[in-house]
Design a protein around this ligand. Structure first.
Ligand code: KG4
Ligand code: ZN
Length: 345
């Protein structure tokens, strides 16, 4: 199966998303988000997300098939996010995908959400870079990974020891009353401010940290420092706070990602996950990678945040590599480790 037609379903958080790919060509990418129903709570409410997935699932599948101009019987394989994520939300996608696979008598690939974030890059760029260092930064995760082969071998180098990068954006945006999700709002506001106006801390970058946990992240100290600053400087300039806060995150993420490239001798870097949509992260990453002779790949901003195309992409890569499909009766796993790329018996 060299150009498999794969339908991918993503429901790990608040997006009901269905993508359809043929091999590495994107045919449809439909997203129904319940974000507005969560906004007034300042974060995703699991029960609301699950109910929204149930309502949106069927129309989203139908719209994706229409967009791709294919019918269900053309599908060669189904892929679905099995974890990590909110278990009630995941179960809606998993149940729907299993039903489709059984009904169509086609294989199912129950894949890892984090690996899928990285694999979406394979739809954008012709030649996969493997091995590559991957910086995965989303609302729930921040990890540095070594991807030896996207369907079979991902090694974790480090991760956040407290908040995820996107979570830090969301929490600071909440304190600054910028709404939810906070990343895009801070990104926009930071454009009007100075990144060097306030010298916020860079987590886990002392010389001792570089010795003991070079590839781990910590953003809780930064969060506290920003909150204290807002309290103690009543006439603060919002755009300067946004820009300086964002700069601290961008700086640390890239210091560690480039250090991982250097020490592993791997001269390519993929940045994926919702925070990879950040315009400052994208610009600074490009400048630093150019200087260090590292090839950088970041998916288009619209493919960085949660979507179904990334799940379909990983499913299609699995099928093309003749990986064993998942058993049809598998469990969603809210804390599936990134090293488990797909669920196997
Ligand atoms: O990957 P994603 O869509 O969902 C998870 O798997 O968590 O990531 C969502 C996160 C949110 O925290 C959101 O604030 C952040 O990505 N995000 C951004 C930007 N766009 C989304 N963070 C910074 N700058 C952005 N432009
Ligand atoms: Zn995600």
């Amino acid at each position: 199966m060299s150009q498999p037609l794969v339908l991918g379903i993503e429901t790990s958080c608040d997006e009901t998303a269905v993508g359809i790919v043929r091999g590495r060509t994107l045919l449809a990418n439909i997203i129904a988000s319940s974000v507005e129903e969560h906004a007034r709570f300042g974060g995703v409410v699991p029960e609301i997300a699950s109910r929204a997935h149930l309502e949106a699932m069927q129309p989203t599948i139908e719209k994706a098939l229409k967009d791709a101009n294919v019918s269900l019987k053309d599908i060669d394989a189904v892929a679905v996010t099995a974890g990590p994520g909110l278990v009630g939300a995941l179960l809606v996608g998993v149940g729907s995908a299993a039903g489709l696979a059984i009904g169509l008598d086609k294989p199912i690939y129950a894949v890892n959400h984090l690996a899928a974030h990285i694999s979406v890059d394979y739809l954008t760029h012709d030649h996969p870079l493997e091995p590559t260092i991957a910086l995965l930064v989303s609302g729930g995760h921040s990890s540095l990974l070594q991807v030896n082969e996207i369907t079979s071998s991902i090694v974790k180098l480090g991760q956040t020891i407290d908040d995820a990068a996107g979570e830090a954006f969301d929490k600071i945006a909440r304190v600054m009353k910028l709404g939810f999700p906070g990343g895009p709002a801070i990104d926009a506001m930071a454009k009007e401010g100075s990144a060097t106006a306030i010298d916020f801390p860079r987590g886990l970058t002392t010389s001792n940290d570089w010795q003991t946990r070079p590839y781990d992240f910590s953003f809780s100290g930064l969060k506290t420092a920003v909150a204290r600053y807002l309290e103690s400087v009543p006439d603060y300039v919002r755009a300067d706070v946004a820009a300086s806060f964002q700069e601290s995150i961008v700086d640390v993420l890239l210091l560690k990602a480039l250090a991982a490239c250097k020490s592993s001798g791997i001269d390519s870097l993929v940045i994926a996950g919702g925070v990879a949509a950040n315009s400052r992260l994208r610009a600074v990453a490009q400048a630093r990678c150019d200087k260090a002779g590292i090839t950088l790949r970041i998916p288009a901003p619209g493919l960085c945040t949660d979507n179904g195309a990334m799940v379909a992409s990983l499913g299609a890569l699995m099928a093309a590599a003749n990986r064993t499909p998942s058993p049809v009766a598998f469990d969603a796993d809210s804390s599936l480790p990134v090293t488990t790329i797909s669920i196997q018996l």
